[in-house]
Design a protein around this ligand. Structure first.
Ligand code: HEC
Length: 202
């Protein structure tokens, strides 16, 4: 009999232990063994805050922040992944295009800055191999990479702009593509600069 009561009590304790006082309401704060980060100083989105002098909890983006959306769908920094159109691919259908895409919005006023940008980017990404002047005799040519193209010569010189853009984006032969490193606009700036280099030779 003694064991029966013991077992009975044990089952009762187990039952309450498992199902507990579920559903019961209490106005007392719960017992927290590990408070973790339940309470902390923070600002909730779109709420005011005394912490900042202007009383706004939300801050304006710092100067120079690059937007990740735009009204006309052309982003200042964009790598063209999965996008269509001449600006992103250098092609019209199956053919490479010749001119500069209108998305660049080149004018007489900004063309020089665009070219300077291209010069700077060329110096960063291309000159190690192709040389500052584009003659294919950059530093790397002294360390065994043979066949670096001379950009003044055939065929580079005969390429339409769209094809130059495509080589920068996807590479060619021993040259790997720079599509993941150089944003679309900068690739076009490099194209413009390579064209200027080639013109300087004539
Ligand atoms: C790591 C060295 C390296 C870098 C960096 C490099 N290239 Fe090249 N590039 C090559 C080599 C090598 C070739 C020849 C590829 C082939 O035909 O096998 C080449 C080919 C080319 C061609 C094609 C010429 C032809 O003969 O068809 C163009 C245009 C070109 N590069 C432009 C650029 C531009 C612009 C950049 C900078 C964004 C650049 N390259 C960066 C090594 C490089």
């Amino acid at each position: 009999m003694k064991y029966f009561f013991l077992a009975y009590a044990l089952i009762a304790v187990l039952f309450i232990g498992l199902n507990g006082f579920r559903g019961d309401k209490s106005s007392k704060p719960p017992i927290r063994l590990f408070p973790d980060m339940d309470e902390q100083d923070k600002v909730k989105g779109q709420r005011p805050s005394d912490f900042f002098r202007d009383g706004f909890g939300s801050r304006k983006p710092v100067a120079g922040t690059i937007p990740h959306s735009s009204d006309d769908g052309v982003f200042p920094v964009e790598f063209g992944e999965g996008r269509e159109g001449y600006y992103y691919t250098g092609r019209f259908g199956d053919f490479y295009g010749k001119g500069m895409p209108e998305e660049l919005q080149l004018t007489e006023d900004n063309a020089e800055a665009f070219l300077r940008r291209g010069e700077e980017r060329f110096g960063i990404y291309c000159a190690v191999c192709h040389g500052e002047s584009g003659n294919g005799k950059g530093t790397i040519s002294n360390y065994g990479l043979a066949g670096i193209a001379n950009l003044y010569d055939y065929p580079a010189e005969s390429y339409p702009n769209g094809r130059l853009y495509d080589v920068i984006s996807h590479g060619k032969g021993n040259m790997s593509g720079y599509g993941y490193n150089i944003p679309v606009r900068d690739r076009w700036a490099i194209v413009a600069y390579v064209r200027a280099l080639q013109a300087s030779k004539k």
